[in-house]
Design a binder for this molecule. Structure first.
Ligand code: ADP
Length: 258
């Protein structure tokens, strides 16, 4: 029987505010057994960039990562956000270790070629996961906290979407672990009415997803998140949940993807 592994992705908005970060780390520290965290941080990157006088350009909801922005995201994701999460988890006796995809060659990627004439810059699409290194870290009781930065084989760091990275890591590790993937954010789950946080849709299959998308009930960042969720299920992840950051261990809460 495969060992259980909980993989959690936490969205950037939660990391902006100390109270929500603490509420999240409290809930994450409660999860029993092997676990791993992947975090975002886009809003912090935008804020830091503006403090440095660097303009943020987004196209189709995605950050253009020129060389100056790569420096910013490396400092913010790999530094500030990652280390604050690690420190908070350590204060709760959760043995976190902060890493990027480059450490131990955990996640390699390839620079994305221009898409429809748009060059996203130093952005990486995941190529491979070092399952053995993840397994070794987990076997010593470490809790990897992974920043959304990867590297290519020419020694370049690349900005990588955290939801995609979580899906890829979960899918890669599903070969050796019984993986549950949880995307947590500031809402209670996937909502049927965006103005009503009690309107959580408990179960979403592909058919329902297609309908919700057509009816524009699901929009923006939720579309790629759900695409990643279904892809992970297809590649052997046992369960994917989308849930509020303080309820990651609450049975029956949030949306389950089937
Ligand atoms: P994060 O990086 O925090 O995970 P994203 O912006 O990638 O967040 O995706 C989550 C966002 O998707 C929510 O903040 C919300 O604005 C949006 N969204 C769109 N449709 C829905 C829906 N039906 N239910 C919940 N959130 C939705």
């Amino acid at each position: 029987m495969k060992q259980s592994l909980n993989i959690v992705k936490v969205g950037g908005a939660i990391l902006e505010d100390n109270d929500s970060l603490k509420a999240f780390t409290d809930a994450f520290a409660e999860i029993k057994g092997a676990k791993l965290l992947i975090h975002g941080g886009g809003r912090s990157a935008t804020r830091f960039a503006s403090r440095l006088g660097i303009e943020t350009t987004m196209v189709n909801g995605r950050r253009i990562t020129d060389d100056a922005m790569l420096e910013v995201v490396t400092m913010v994701y790999g530094g500030d956000v990652n280390r604050r999460l690690v420190a908070s988890l350590q204060s709760l006796s959760c043995n976190a270790i902060g890493l990027t995809g480059a450490d131990l060659n955990l996640v390699t990627s390839r620079r994305r070629p221009p898409v429809d004439g748009i060059d996203y810059g130093n952005v990486g699409d995941v190529v491979s996961i070092n399952s053995k290194a993840f397994k070794d870290l987990l076997s010593i009781g470490a809790v990897p906290v992974i920043a959304p930065l990867t590297h290519d084989m020419n020694g370049h760091l690349l900005n990588t979407n955290a939801d995609t990275m979580a899906g890829e890591i979960a899918s890669g590790l599903a070969e050796i672990f019984d993986v549950t993937l949880t995307f947590c954010f500031e809402k209670n789950g996937v909502l049927s009415d965006s103005a009503n946080d009690d309107s959580v849709i408990p179960l979403i299959d592909r058919q329902l997803f297609a309908r919700l998308r057509e009816e524009k009930v699901v929009e923006g960042g939720m579309i790629p998140k759900l695409d990643n969720a279904f892809k992970a299920i297809d590649r052997g992840v046992r369960q994917v949940k989308i849930i509020h950051y303080s309820r990651i261990s609450t049975p029956g809460a949030g949306t389950t993807i089937v």
